[in-house]
Design a protein around this ligand. Structure first.
Ligand code: S3P
Length: 456
């Protein structure tokens, strides 16, 4: 395939479809939420499992796989490259290609998934097949130069034909060599991309992180006995050369997604008198910094670990209280990066200032989450100051129901954060383009109603 003129004929129709779907809107009423809930499978782990099980020899049984759009896009991409996937009674069976990925006949449509795109780019670049990747409007505006750079240093050829280092992306790899790479930003996606490519390189690949980020890739490599060495912020993988690693299929259990749980944690923690239990949540320490922050804010949260082997899994009990502001910065940021929109909501309800710093990465997520949250909080009458790398929110606010329709900008976490915010206001709001919620939490609206919310 010519990296500049790759086959993109499907692009227009797929993008139209996702735009139509995304246009749906929801009316959310104020309500006290409480009860018991189990949120769907972890998005980060599901997609990594889809990739690694697809490379394995044999059939892996995957319990708890997220049936959301991002995880489905990644799975479909793996099927386009030869893996077989089948759901039977909510259990997913993935039959891998035993290291022999096939060249896809059409572009891989990664939908909204940054994780799928960036991690899979590492595998495709390593395995030596050629593929192109496309995505929806949001994904097509996200920076991909951050993976092109290390993959090109390893010897892959990466074409980014979007306007500013963005999708569509054409990848032609093979014959990679191991590199030492100092990550320019704290990103688990970039780290994982390089480590996955490193599996197919000649020699050792080492990445050094500026701050600790989620380590699901490393944990899965360990579970599969792949030769990974972790020394603080330095992670190395011994490459298997262009044929890649050979390993047997195995069973995987995906825990519930802590990031999805965080919406209910804040909804209840900030409401004195309310009580809620979230069951079976993944408690990987690189994902749960929100719990530390909420406790600093005065939240009443109790965690009971039900499974301590490997990454802990447990139940989270939350009792409502008056929260107070805090500073969120530094090493904490990557470990709650996806929870910052809902933490901004907590800040609006807390007494005093909640100061979010060192979070410029938020500007290149599914939307510019700093700009979007600042704009939305202001619509509710919240005092908030936008900073280049975060925001300062001053509360508590007597929320006023905005007249304007809220635009999610196709960002699932913005849509869900605003929905939770409005449970504390005094009237209904309309949130537009809520189809995006399906990417990580298709049952969100149903669960909101089951917990006492009113959604129309
Ligand atoms: C993810 C890592 C984070 C996070 C994203 C999922 C992952 O992105 O925001 O939702 O699964 O590795 P970065 O690592 O780029 O910050």
């Amino acid at each position: 395939m010519n990296p500049e003129t790759g086959n993109l004929k499907q692009e227009a129709s797929q993008t139209d479809e996702s735009e139509i779907k995304n246009r749906k809107s929801k009316i959310v009423h104020p309500a006290q939420l409480e009860g018991t809930v189990k949120v769907p499978g972890d998005k980060s782990i599901s997609q990594r499992v889809a990739m690694l099980a697809s490379l394995a020899d044999g059939t892996s049984k995957v319990t708890g796989y997220l049936n959301g759009e991002d995880a489905r896009s990644t799975l479909s991409a793996m099927e386009q490259m030869g893996a077989k996937a089948e759901f039977k009674d909510d259990v997913l069976y993935i039959t891998g290609v035993a290291g022999e990925l096939q060249t896809p006949l059409e572009p891989l449509d990664m939908g909204n998934s940054g994780t799928g795109t960036r991690l899979l780019a590492g595998i495709v670049a390593g395995s030596g097949i050629e593929a192109s990747m496309i995505g929806d409007d949001s994904l097509s505006s996200r920076p991909m130069g951050r993976i092109r750079h290390p993959l090109e240093l390893m010897g892959a050829s990466i074409g980014l034909t979007g306007k500013r280092g963005t999708l569509p992306m054409m990848i032609a790899g093979g014959n990679l060599k191991g590199i030492g790479y100092l990550l320019p930003m704290a990103s688990a996606q970039v780290k994982s991309c390089v480590l996955l490519a490193g599996l197919f390189a000649d020699g050792k690949t080492t990445v050094v992180e500026p701050r600790p980020t989620r380590d699901h890739t490393e944990k899965l490599f360990q579970a599969l006995d792949l030769p990974i060495a972790i020394n603080g912020l330095e992670i190395s993988i011994e490459g298997f050369g262009k044929t890649g690693p050979r390993y047997k299929a195995r069973d995987f259990v995906v825990p519930s997604d802590f990031s999805s749980a965080s919406f209910w944690i804040v909804a209840v923690a900030a409401r004195p008198g309310a009580e809620l239990v979230i069951e079976n949540v993944g408690l990987n320490p690189r994902r749960t910094a929100l719990l530390d922050v909420m406790k600093r804010m005065g939240a009443d949260i109790e965690v009971t670990v039900t499974e301590a082997k490997g990454d802990p899994i447990g139940n989270i009990k939350v009792c409502g209280a008056q929260l107070k502001g805090t500073v969120i910065e530094g090493d904490e940021i990557p470990n709650l990066i996806d929870e910052l929109p809902i933490l901004a909501v907590a800040g609006a309800l807390a007494e005093g200032q909640t100061d979010i710093r060192d979070a410029a990465e938020l500007r290149v997520k599914e939307s510019d989450r700093i700009a979007e949250m600042v704009k939305n909080l202001k619509l509710f009458g919240v005092e908030v100051e936008e900073k280049e790398d975060g925001m300062i929110v001053t509360g508590p606010t007597q929320l006023k129901t905005p007249d304007a329709v809220i635009d999610s900008h196709g960002d699932h976490r913005i849509a869900m954060s605003v929905a939770i915010l409005n449970t504390f206001s005094d009237g209904p709001i309309t949130i537009d383009k809520v189809g995006c919620v399906d990417t990580s939490y298709p049952e969100f609206w149903q669960h909101m109603e089951a917990l006492g919310g009113r959604v129309g």
